[in-house]
Design a protein around this ligand. Structure first.
Ligand SMILES: C[S@@+](CC[C@H](N)C(=O)[O-])C[C@H]1O[C@@H](n2cnc3c(N)ncnc32)[C@H](O)[C@@H]1O
Length: 253
């Protein structure tokens, strides 16, 4: 992919290989039994896709869901509270969670199963390699809820809200499609807005085809930039502590 700052795959790839992100095989682990969720995520069932199953649906997600419908994707879906509720409120959508941690994909899969969310799936995948999974212009909406903030400057390379990520977002959203970002860490919101037409560090560059269409300094006061905000697990924790949750909505122009 060769984009500055984008994480490199954890598992060595042949030079022209696609996809960039792969499931680890038992031989890749020094202690294969250390995480019971690795095996459970493989055997889980239709609600949960392993990385190796997920990229095969690139360009044909309708087959995964058994029907064609607008595709809404949540990055970092955690335990699946938001995803399950989005699926319940919007039966006309296909909704897909992308989550990197084995345990959380399993917890999310269990949540989807518990509520009978037939229009929802969760895939174990790395958000740095979304173009393995989706064709350009194929997403109707993308949600990023409380991405890990990595506030220290020396951890900049770990941040999801980056120029390479927004470049992917601009490419993968269909015209008019939206990205909705919520964060307890206000700099994430400012950074997302600044990176539309600046490179990391501040210099101006070619603007990405994204426009800011709404912003909030506290979604928990009922002031979300979109109607019918769905509370996430982390959002609830910050709300209980009386802390604000910031938000911005970007539209693919
Ligand atoms: C702070 S938690 C927020 C969980 C949930 N979105 C919420 O609001 O309650 C961040 C989530 O993103 C996941 N995550 C972190 N980096 C990721 C990546 N590169 N690709 C996919 N998921 C990632 C974490 O495993 C974790 O579940």
């Amino acid at each position: 992919m060769g984009v500055r700052g984008r994480p490199t795959p954890q598992i060595p790839q042949p030079p022209d290989a696609h996809p960039q992100f792969r499931d680890r095989l038992p031989d890749d682990y020094r202690h294969p039994d250390a995480n019971p969720y690795v095996a459970e995520h493989r055997a889980f069932g239709p609600e949960l896709l392993t990385a190796d199953q997920a990229w095969r649906f690139r360009g044909r997600w309708g087959e995964c869901f058994g029907r064609d419908a607008p595709l809404h994707v949540e990055i970092g879906s955690g335990n699946g509270f938001f995803l399950a509720e989005l699926a319940r409120r919007s039966p006309q959508l296909n909704v897909l969670g992308i989550e990197i941690r084995y345990k959380r994909t399993v917890l999310c899969g269990r949540k989807l199963r518990e509520v009978g969310a037939v229009n929802a799936r969760v895939a174990r995948y790395h958000a740095a390699f979304l173009d393995d999974l989706f064709l350009p212009g194929s997403l109707a909406a993308l949600y990023v809820n409380h991405p890990d903030p990595w506030p220290k400057e020396r951890h900049e390379k770990n941040r999801l809200i980056s120029r390479w990520f927004l470049t992917d977002v601009a490419s993968l959203l269909q015209p008019g499609g939206v990205m909705r970002l919520k964060s307890d860490h206000e700099p994430n919101i400012d950074r997302a807005i600044a990176l539309i037409d600046h490179v990391p560090g501040g210099g101006p560059t070619d603007p990405l085809p994204l426009e800011v269409i709404g912003r909030s300094d506290d979604v928990n006061t009922g002031d979300a930039p979109w109607p019918d905000d769905i509370e996430t697990n982390y959002q609830r924790k910050f709300k209980r502590r009386g802390l604000p949750v910031f938000a911005v909505e970007l539209r693919r122009s």
